[in-house]
Ligand binder design. Structure first.
Ligand code: 3HC
Length: 323
């Protein structure tokens, strides 16, 4: 046996030992930190998930942001301003979390702007009226909270800690949306019809937010193995459905699903089939607003060039002044 082959066996033995120790740490509930050894696939999966999460937050500002200037009152304008501003902060938080894994901001933004990176399907639908602002806050942010509360227990330290801060703000996002939906549901018949129409448009894309069915979720097995996901897509989706259906019914609102029924055996609300063709079509770029959303982000990035340029010049001057 030659030196190179022995080296290869030694390297494999070391790698196997490192992987076993890594998985033992996760089994003990330890957090993996940026400087720790981690499998290449663990790092790749986290950069993929966290960067796409960050993209979702930043693109997610657009649908509601369009209604800030058209809010029906100063109070509602201030609430919506605060919410949209929070989403920007969540995006920055998450880009930083991805940077702890070696990803650069330039690479991540290039992936978004080129269309090669994904962001949440939900933000590729249009916000047609003020009721959508309430339904997004109530349903979309509620779905995000369930997913993000799970991620707050993720094995990667920086991501888990980012989620704790983000979930606190998402709860405000959900509550302000729920308040808006309740007011409209209990308002004039026209307001109630508006909010029902909005739920009809946003219900199914919100269920798709949790990801494809577990049977068609290629990333889930490794994410569950290494404690990045602690619940599956279907588990979180079912939790959401079970919690939100009774709340909507209490408001005498419905969801656009004639097959919806309660199963007393499983104590689950069971929906009709989700249109996964629509899901895959939208996340592959062919949704109602994909083009508009990406153009808005590319233009905003281009228009912000002078800010980045000034900050870089300031940083250079600082380093010169302090050498
Ligand atoms: N939108 C767009 N793409 C989606 C998606 C969705 N809702 N759900 C799944 N996909 C993509 C995945 O990214 C994957 O593609 P990729 O391998 O090219 O990245 C493919 O569909 C297969 O899906 P998987 O189930 O195998 O993917 P995951 O195991 O990563 O699960 C996920 C998908 C549940 C979205 C998971 O990635 C996740 O939890 N991500 C972090 C949370 C997040 O991104 N949330 C987005 C919403 S943020 C938000 O709502 C902001 C709030 O303020 C409103």
């Amino acid at each position: 046996m030659y030196g190179a082959e022995i080296d290869e066996i030694d390297q494999k033995a070391v790698a196997d030992h490192q992987l076993r120790e890594f998985e033992a740490r996760i089994a003990r509930g330890e957090k993996i930190e940026p400087g720790d050894w981690m499998p290449t696939e663990y790092r790749r999966q986290l950069v993929r998930m966290i960067s796409q999460h960050a993209h979702s937050e930043v693109v997610g500002m657009l649908p509601e942001g369009a209604w800030i200037t058209r809010a029906p009152s100063l109070r509602r304008k201030m609430i919506l301003l605060a919410k949209v501003q929070d989403e920007a902060g969540h995006g920055q938080y998450l880009y930083h979390a991805a940077e702890t894994l070696g990803a650069t901001r330039e690479e991540m933004l290039e992936a978004l702007h080129s269309g090669s990176a994904k962001y949440s399907n939900i933000f590729n639908y249009p916000t047609l009226n003020w009721a959508d602002v309430g339904v997004i806050g109530y349903l979309v942010d509620f779905a995000a909270i369930l997913n993000q509360t799970m991620l707050a227990r993720c094995s990667y330290g920086p991501y888990a800690r980012a989620m704790v801060r983000i979930c606190a703000e998402e709860n405000f996002h959900k509550k302000q949306g729920q308040d808006l939906v309740i007011r409209m549901a209990q308002g004039t018949p026209h307001q109630k019809a508006m909010v029902q129409d909005s739920i009809n448009r946003w219900w199914w894309p919100t269920l798709m937010m949790f990801g494809p069915p577990d049977s068609d979720s290629p990333n889930s097995p490794v994410l569950k193995r290494w404690g990045i996901k602690t619940k599956t897509n279907d588990e979180l989706r079912q939790t959401f459905i079970n919690e939100v259906i009774p709340e909507l019914h209490a408001l005498e609102l419905s969801v656009p699903d004639p097959d919806l029924h309660y199963d007393p055996q499983t104590e689950n609300w069971v929906t009709g089939p989700i249109n996964w063709d629509e899901f895959w079509r939208v996340i592959q770029g062919d949704g109602p607003c994909n083009k508009e959303r990406l153009e808005a982000r590319v233009n905003a990035h281009a228009e912000g060039y002078w800010v980045r340029d000034a900050l870089a010049a300031y940083a250079r001057k600082q380093s010169i002044d302090h050498t």
